[in-house]
Design a binder for this molecule. Sequence first.
Ligand SMILES: *Cc1c(COP(=O)(O)O)cnc(C)c1O
Length: 360
Amino acid sequence: MTAIVDLRSDTVTQPTAAMRAAMFAAPLGDDVFGDDPSVNALQERVADMLGFEAALFMPTGTQSNLCGLMAHCQRGDEYIVGQSAHTYRYEGGGAAVLGSIQPQPLAQNASGQMALADIASAIKPDDCHFARTKLLCLENTWNGHPMPMDYLAEATTLARRHGLAAHLDGARLFNAAAASAGPGETVAAAARRIASHFDSVSVCFSKGLGAPIGSALCGSKELIARAHRVRKMTGGGMRQSGSLAAAADYALEHHLERLTDDHALAQRLARGLQGIAGLQVRSVQTNIVFLDIADGRGPDLLAFLKARSILATGLIGLRFVTHLNVDSVGIDRTIDAVTAFFGQGAEAAPTLAKPGASVY
Ligand SMILES: *Cc1c(COP(=O)(O)O)cnc(C)c1O
């Protein structure tokens, strides 16, 4: 049987044997009473690592972002966010639905950045006609793009000058960190440098880090106390969740520096696909490879790959994500399969399609 190469997302990983052993061995308690030592240890570790006073373990990144937004903003407040940011577009409108917080979405460039001038002009004056603009929300990485450090500094400084707080949706913060780390700098140190621009940061353990479940929201003690109330209200008060926290803790200990392996595999895939007539590879900086191909051929390519036990997502802009359960053999099989697909004499010189919606 051919092994499946699952490149749909970095969420598809299986916990390693060592991670499972750490989960099995984790001391447990009732976390609603604050009694779970493994949850407490994880929260301290991640807060410490990213330079915050406190952290709160959550089942998902969606809940972590929601708790962050609702801890920053009251009913009738507003947050500024990218038009295709996860916290605006891919979280069921939770901030508006559950928090009565108005999103102010802004256009993003191809790297996910909102123009500083657009941010400045979206900040409303204190006037009864307007919602109160309270928060700037950024995302890093965005569609696999790490945000430049200068941009993070400038955008958050602008926000502060207008009295706004800044939240980072850092579902893949550690991928951004691995891509942004300077010579000799650890991934953790780079992540802390990114996080230093923000009042709160949400990170996911269930993506590139390889844990089965979990996210954390980091911030001041006061902010996390407010988020704690929202987490309970939204059904996220978990009990003996320490075995899940232990998986996340294991990942922070053992899976940070290896993210560069995923990035190298993504580069290998991008290089292998470059130059195939009929497709264009977008610039790859972390573990996500996007291909633009001729209009309408996406489903055919996906089906062709699936028949060869290779899984990817997307209809127009195809997405391949590397992670700790993929290796160079799987990547080379993928390159061969895509090459074979385009070599079967399909229509020449196709027009490039618009980038498709991202799939998380
Ligand atoms: C995956 C992701 C989230 C959170 O997703 P969950 O599936 O709820 O854990 C948030 N933001 C971004 C950018 C993501 O990629």
